[in-house]
Design a protein around this ligand. Structure first.
Ligand SMILES: [Zn+2]
Length: 318
């Protein structure tokens, strides 16, 4: 049993606004008929990612289970300031909410969100899922991921959680500080994240795959009655290579300019193959960017303008 604020709430569905007036969040809480663990779901850690908010707002409006065990908490939009501006980072302070955990009680706007989310909610739950996407500037071949951590019990639980999202490929990558899932690991809360297609829009098929994953997770961890078959993903990668999974570092643009991507999402690319052409703004010749390794393009640039140093694509071996 957790020690979160929701323990004082009665059975049934609740809506609360939590946190400060400017930095606060809308939280939806389902309290089951039977005691049990607490599952936390959130979207819009980054403000330009819409799949998580769409699915969780839909749950808040329409999901009224009769036979729930334990507690489910959904926060469709964790970073309202960034979401309402349609920006990855928080306009109020320019910070990335997935880089500032554990947060600060009296810090900047983003640091305060991280702090109260972690101390009032995240550290008191038993399972956690953070729904991300490529955001408006990129597209992603949807995956479910987790930190590869040195704890067999947590690893086992995280793999089981990931297998519920069976329409995604699966990528375990190393701990990187500052993220929601790294804060979860620091509190020993098993956690996964999903990455949906993004591109600034919402694909009905991607939303259906997320809903299916949530439904399977609720059954697999006995929040709801029933059975699900959990198989390992056809494509699974578990890596401990430093910086693997840090997409914003991959294939940086050599200059500011207009980019033409030469690889499609999901395509296999050979090392040395041109993956993009960047036309500098000073009218000089386009700069060709080549694949640094052989792999599958799982993250590609969609926005056609690019700054020097911004990522062009991520290739995953295999
Ligand atoms: Zn994100």
């Amino acid at each position: 049993m957790s020690s979160g604020f929701w323990n004082t709430l009665k059975r049934g569905f609740h809506h609360r606004r939590i946190g400060g007036r400017r930095t606060g969040i809308e939280a939806f809480i389902w309290r089951g008929n039977q005691p049990g663990p607490t599952l936390l779901l959130n979207g819009a850690t980054h403000g330009d990612e819409y799949e998580g908010p769409a699915v969780l707002l839909d749950m808040a409006r329409s999901w009224r289970p009769k036979n729930l065990c334990g507690t489910v908490i959904a926060i469709p939009v964790l970073n309202e300031n960034a979401f309402l501006a349609g920006r990855r980072e928080t306009p109020a302070d320019g910070k990335n909410l997935a880089r500032v955990f554990p947060g600060k009680a009296h810090g900047s706007h983003t640091e305060r969100i991280a702090y109260f989310f972690r101390t009032q909610i995240l550290q008191h739950v038993d399972l956690y899922v953070d729904f991300h996407s490529a955001g408006s500037m990129y597209e992603i071949e949807p995956w479910v991921g987790y930190c590869t951590v040195n704890d067999p019990a947590i690893t086992k639980t995280q793999r089981k959680m990931a297998r519920c999202f069976d329409r995604f490929w699966c990528w375990g990558s190393p701990y990187l500080p500052g993220r929601t899932v790294s804060a979860a690991w620091e509190h020993r809360v098993p956690a996964i994240y999903t990455e949906s297609r993004g591109g600034g829009s919402l694909e009905p098929g991607d939303l259906a795959n997320l809903r299916r994953g949530i439904r399977r997770l609720l059954v697999a961890f006995q929040f709801l009655p029933g059975k699900v078959a959990l198989k390992s993903h056809p494509i699974t990668r578990e890596s401990t290579t430093r910086n693997e999974g840090y997409l914003q570092l991959d294939h940086p643009s050599p200059c500011d300019g207009l980019i033409a991507s030469l690889v499609k999402l999901g395509a296999r690319v050979k090392r040395g193959q041109p993956i993009a052409e960047v036309q500098p703004l000073d009218g000089s010749s386009p700069r060709i960017v080549r694949a640094a390794k052989t792999g599958r393009a799982v993250f590609v640039r969609r926005q056609r303008s690019i700054r020097q140093g911004e990522a062009i694509a991520t290739l995953v071996p295999g």
